[in-house]
Design a binder for this molecule. Sequence first.
Ligand SMILES: Nc1ncnc2c1ncn2[C@@H]1O[C@H](COP(=O)(O)OP(=O)(O)O)[C@@H](O)[C@H]1O
Ligand SMILES: [Mg+2]
Length: 317
Amino acid sequence: MPAIEILGLTKDYAVGFWRKRMRRSLDNLSLEVNEGEIFGFLGPNGAGKTTCMKLLMGLIFPTAGTARILGRPIDDVAMHRDIGYLPEQPYFYDYLTARELLDYYARFSGFSAAERRARVTRVLERVGLASAADVQLRKFSKGMLQRAGIAQAIIHDPRIVFLDEPMSGLDPIGRREVRDIILDLKTQGRTVFFSTHILSDAEMLCDRVAVLHLGKLRGVGSPGKIVSVEVHAMEILFEPAEGHSLPPGLAQRAMPVGGRYRLELPEAALYSAFDEIRACNARILSVSPVRQTLEDYFLGLVERAPQATPPVEAGTR
Ligand SMILES: Nc1ncnc2c1ncn2[C@@H]1O[C@H](COP(=O)(O)OP(=O)(O)O)[C@@H](O)[C@H]1O
Ligand SMILES: [Mg+2]
């Protein structure tokens, strides 16, 4: 049984002053997420990611289509015991401490006072907030707040965790911390469905991703399959030998960066460039593929005709 089955989910919002016009924000989305998977839901701002999450959480209602979570319909209230949710912009009352906040959420699950105390302590530890347990949330950094939000989503040990943009607005350290929490959830056999517009996070974490653009599914598969299909070029970073300058042929093509040189070239030209670099005694520091970035990919999506269809795994459409 898949963890999440999305079947033709469609959402139109009424827009305009009189709310007479309808805008389709999610268009006939079908998708399956397997149990135990870390699944990334990717798309630029406005793609429809939050709309889809809210539909799955039963916070808004679909115009058409349906979805099942752990085999049960999304309007099944009992199913919510098995899922946790971090909204895109959670609001927590500032004057509560992290411990009080989590105790409050644990009450929803009907745990006894003793059980709540144990769970809150455990979850604070898991998200790295044990030492800040009794600090008021208004003194928390953005990263700490986000971790408190994740703690809230997992306090009842749900089988599936939905996280809407859990890394957005965080610095690299904060993002790393959130990534570690997500990986820890996977180790514990949980399913994680999270949305992001930052591909590097998705690449590092996800077993599979789905790419959404203007409400439509544009691709499903492993991150490598979706985004890095084409390596456009290779990049060599090298350092000239002490006191040596580069031969003009190389100097013309390489770009100086902080005492080193960066040379971008097609893969086929790689080996002759190695020879050139070796001939002038320069040292190669790294050779790496120039990866298509998410930005390139999204720009490509926007520019490409809508009828062009990138890879979608069999059985997901
Ligand atoms: N309550 C709403 N009423 C009208 N339009 C909405 C509403 N919520 C979202 N939208 C529109 O739906 C589209 C998708 O939004 P959203 O799901 O928030 O995208 P994402 O989370 O991928 O950035 C956007 O064009 C947005 O303006
Ligand atoms: Mg969103």
